[in-house]
Design a protein around this ligand. Structure first.
Ligand SMILES: [Zn+2]
Ligand SMILES: [Zn+2]
Length: 194
């Protein structure tokens, strides 16, 4: 078990994720157009997306994530009114992670916020590359699939149930006690997100 450092590009927002092992989370690459739109909106494409437009994400429970400084820089947006809450640092537009609602215990931490030189060692190999139908060009990943492979989906659902059962959505750096996001999400107009 390791604790990994989390940091935005400029260092204003810093935190950590505890109890990390390759088995404790899911390291996936998502090529969906919303993840790409999020990076573009923040003008962070170059740092965030790989050559095929994929975003590397490590899914952990919200309780594993703590923010030690820069809470007030934790901002969120939704690309669509009911879309995922996508978190970023308002100081330097570093993509931080994706959450659903307060009751859903996971956060997909985006690699741009993970301050580890060798993610392969700490997080283990990428378990799945998903939504490759939205990839840029011919995705040249070693293995990939258009949907979440069954094994990974089962693993995510299994972990969510365990986290939920153990109350791992609390404490959360992203949601207040009443379940509201700590910062009011901006709804990005579809026209801008395109
Ligand atoms: Zn920053
Ligand atoms: Zn995505």
């Amino acid at each position: 078990m390791t604790t990994i450092s989390l940091k935005c590009r400029c260092g204003e927002v810093q935190g950590s994720a505890s109890n990390i092992t390759p088995a404790s989370g899911n390291r996936v690459v998502c090529c969906c157009s919303d993840c790409q739109a999020f990076a573009s909106y923040l003008k962070a494409d170059a740092d965030t997306l790989d050559e095929f437009g994929g975003t590397e994400i490590f899914q952990v429970s919200q309780a594993q994530v703590s923010i030690e400084r820069g809470h007030d820089k934790l901002h969120s947006l939704r690309l669509k009114p009911k879309g995922l809450l996508r978190w970023y640092s308002s100081c330097c537009n570093t993509p931080i992670g994706n959450t659903m609602s307060a009751g859903m215990p996971f956060v997909g931490v985006i690699h741009t916020f993970i301050d580890e030189a060798n993610r392969e060692d700490v997080l283990g190999p990428v378990k799945a590359v998903v939504q490759t139908q939205h990839a840029i060009g011919e995705p040249g990943y070693a293995k990939h699939s258009a949907k979440f492979p069954l094994g990974v989906t089962a693993s995510i659902i299994g972990k969510m149930l365990v986290w939920k059962f153990r109350g791992k959505h609390k404490p959360s750096v992203f949601f207040a006690e009443d379940g509201r996001p700590v910062s009011k999400p901006t709804i990005v107009d579809d026209a801008i997100a395109e």
